[in-house]
Design a protein around this ligand. Structure first.
Ligand code: HEM
Length: 215
């Protein structure tokens, strides 16, 4: 079938990476907005979490879709990584060196693997937290642990590095490459990851330093 042939082609796989990357990016934006309510006090954050959980079917469906998106992103990403590595051993590898020369682009599979480790720890701590304890209390208690919060901040730095290349790469795949907009695109690929780092990292810092002790 032409559709399967297209998806398994080189451009098809890049499109899968860009589309799943965009969806993960959108998830991250909503997750960031929801978690930023932490700065408005425990009642507001708890209210947001309760509202979310008052729609268990929606949460279940979104979680299942999210899991599939993550799996597709990881499997196709790994496939492209090994394919590129083999091609770079061939003598037709000049193109790769020109396009992918930054630290972020060369370390994508490694930063991706570290984000996966973060996610496993994170989901075990929060999604599968004991249900008789308020989620606002779980978040405060976990992140008040200095080393746990430090692990979060390091993970967010790694996430920012991964996003900086991922965002750029996604826009290239979608064809957003024009001399008029390239400066703006270059700025956005730095601004977005830094913004995520600032807010997510700020939450960890807030509890880690004791600023959120009375939370
Ligand atoms: C300090 C920053 C963060 C806080 C406080 C936080 C908080 C939470 C909480 C409380 C939950 C459980 C939601 C619930 O079931 O009630 C959750 C789930 C989750 N978080 Fe985070 N999060 C943070 C950063 C991140 C980052 C950076 C990522 C991605 C790289 C992420 C990915 C996820 C995922 C995938 C889930 C599971 C979603 C689901 O069950 O559908 N989180 N987070």
């Amino acid at each position: 079938m032409w559709f399967v042939r297209f998806l398994t082609s080189s451009i098809g796989k890049k499109l899968i990476m860009a589309t799943t990357g965009l969806l993960l990016f959108l998830f991250l934006c909503t997750h960031l907005a929801g978690n930023a309510t932490i700065f408005m006090g425990s009642d507001v954050f708890q209210g947001y979490a309760d509202e979310l959980h008052s729609h268990p079917l929606i949460v279940l469906v979104v979680s299942a879709i999210l899991l599939l998106i993550f799996l597709a992103h990881i499997v196709v990403g790994l496939y492209l990584f090994y394919q590129n590595r083999e091609e770079s051993h061939s003598r037709y590898a000049v193109y790769d060196r020109v396009v992918k020369n930054s630290f972020a682009s060369q370390t994508m599979p490694y930063t991706g693997a570290l984000i996966l480790i973060f996610l496993l720890v994170h989901i075990t701590s929060f999604t599968f937290a004991p249900e008789d304890i308020l989620i606002s209390v779980t978040v405060r208690d976990r992140l008040s642990d200095f080393f746990y919060a430090l692990f979060y901040i390091v993970s967010f730095i790694i996430l920012a590095i991964h996003l900086s290349h991922g965002f750029w790469s996604m826009l290239q795949t979608f064809g957003l490459n024009h001399p008029r907009y390239n400066t703006l695109i270059a700025r956005l690929t730095i601004a977005f990851p830094l913004f995520f780092l600032l807010i997510f990292g700020g939450i960890a810092f807030y509890f880690m330093t004791g600023l959120g002790a009375s939370y």
